[in-house]
Ligand binder design. Sequence first.
Ligand SMILES: Cc1ncc(COP(=O)(O)O)c(C=O)c1O
Length: 369
Amino acid sequence: MALELEKGKPLSVPHGGNSREAVERFGAVLGRIIDFSSNVNPFPLPAAVQRALRSAFKRLNVYPDRESYGLKKILAERWGLPIHSIVVGNGSADLLYRAVYALRPKNGLIFQPSFGEYAKALSEVGVKIKVLRLDPVRGFSLPKGKGFERVGKGGVVFFCNPNNPTGCLTPKKVLEGVVRRLREKGAFLIMDEAFIDLAEEESLISQAAYEENLLVLRSLTKFYGLAGLRLGYAVGHPVLIRRIQEIGQPWPVNVLAQAAGEVLVGNETFRRKTCERWLREKEDLYRHLCQIPGIQPFPSSAPFFLVRLTEKGSVESLQRRLWKDRLLIRDLSGFPGLEEGHFRVAVRNRRENRLLVRSLKKALAEEES
Ligand SMILES: Cc1ncc(COP(=O)(O)O)c(C=O)c1O
């Protein structure tokens, strides 16, 4: 079904990871909250990051490199890409907005359910947005055929792979065809790969530097656990990359974020071990979630699961019960493109995942009685 969002309508986008808001809603809990509502690397970062941050601390009184050149060089080597095809930003959300301002699209197309900032970024430049619904019966996968064709000439399509909050992964081969068809239409694709690290083989990053209608956004805050520091990058045609670089304030990325990124991105051992461990925990958590009566988790290629309540009861009351065990889940009630009764949980370490499973079982049994 295609809907149209009203031009210029202000949009507010709730996110996971807001434990302050949860404290206000549900009251104080003693001790640390285990946050399953935001999907950030739960494992310790290498000691080299702390050393790099301590060293960068001495440069707090120096303006950061405007282009994050050191980090760009490492990224260019890692991906075998020209350095001029990369721009670094204050998280990938920063680049998402700057890309829209750089492209000045004539219209927009988004899918729902998906990340809410696409609609907000497009609405900020005042364009009409078409919305395509992803079907839960088909596992929220991309509909075959015409979906992308609904964008007009000069328009921008946002697509998230794997998608947040569904975890659904679209194969690279399918997306290459989409890029081709959009090029013929004179439309542009912004591909958000914030959660692709566990399924790297489906990334479009290698071709993004050479396509005139494709920009790939990558986050360094999730897989590399830098949500509080903020870091991300985009890969695209050098002409567009230069425009994005020039948009916004001159120093978007601080010295601490640049220093952390430089030691993390080049660390292949950390990357490999994180992938192995996170994937192992993901499989384990999925198996356990599938065995809990009253919920249905959707298969996911990302380090989180979309979960549906199959019995009566509200996610709000489930969230409240889990909160007593200091666990925070992402309530997706009212999330555009999803029916009521959905929530999302991140994959954390084994001990925390087991706590979640136990607490969910208990809370759902209480809901029933
Ligand atoms: C799908 C998706 N893309 C992009 C972002 C922005 O990530 P960041 O700005 O932290 O890199 C998020 C954050 O939650 C997200 O879920």
